[in-house]
Design a protein around this ligand. Structure first.
Ligand code: CA
Length: 234
């Protein structure tokens, strides 16, 4: 046995299942932090490093898919194993697209869960050792470095990005060619409790055009879709 003791965040609101999972994971030698709703999960992630998150989808307050998406736009590469009571391929695809690394449908076999947990933890350990740092995105003459919160734009100019700008860019880029609704942006970038006016998002988009577009009046990359939201097209 290695001395490495993986730290796992367990997000599950069904108490009986939560306790069963916690006990079995602890027996396997993992250290477990518990969260019973989405907001608690987000708080835990802000305060502590995790090697893996086990995330139920149907949660009180903020659902597991939104929590995962918010974790991803904050540049956290922690692996996420999603648990769901639903078993439609659409949900599975949505979960995986929003950043889950693996997916189990309830009811699941405990052995299978433990195997997948082991695999994800191992994979993460290897990634950490390599420190891949693959968190840049290039479009046109622009290159965004999400970790450094900065961008290199035309003529090699450097632009410092705020945390929210970085999060919004990441959200739009991860959903490229699709309209991201205002509601989604507000949920993911600003959080549930603070609702800025939509003017705020407009101002961010205006800044993005200034940074990244050749002609900010006829944007190629950052589009407002009237009554719907915003879209990034590479
Ligand atoms: Ca649940």
């Amino acid at each position: 046995m290695s001395e490495f003791k993986a730290n796992i965040l367990l997000v599950e609101d069904e108490e009986h299942l939560h306790e069963t999972l916690k006990m079995n994971l602890e027996l396997e030698g993992y250290s477990i932090t518990s969260a019973f709703d989405g907001n608690a999960a987000l708080k835990a992630v802000e305060n502590e490093y995790f090697d893996l998150i086990i995330m139920d989808i149907m949660l009180p307050e903020v659902d597991g898919i939104t929590v995962t998406e918010r974790i991803r736009v904050q540049n956290l590469d922690v692996p996420v194993l999603m648990l769901s009571a639903r078993n439609t391929s659409a949900d599975r695809v949505l979960g995986l697209r929003k950043g889950a690394d693996d997916y189990l449908t309830k009811p699941f076999n405990l052995e299978e869960l433990l195997l997948r947990v082991e695999k994800l933890v191992e994979k993460n350990k290897k990634l950490l050792e390599k420190d891949s740092g693959l968190s840049t995105y290039t479009f046109g003459e622009n290159r965004i470095d999400f970790k450094a919160q900065e961008a290199i734009v035309s003529e090699g100019k450097k632009v410092a990005l705020s945390k929210k700008e970085t999060m919004l860019l990441k959200l739009l880029i991860e959903n490229k060619n699709e309209v991201v609704t205002r509601e989604r942006i507000l949920q993911v970038v600003w959080g549930y409790n603070v609702y800025p006016t939509t003017r705020t998002i407009d101002n961010f988009i205006l800044s993005f055009r200034k940074y990244f577009e050749e002609d900010s009046r006829s944007p190629k990359y950052f589009h407002s879709v009237r009554g719907a939201g915003y879209k990034f097209t590479p």
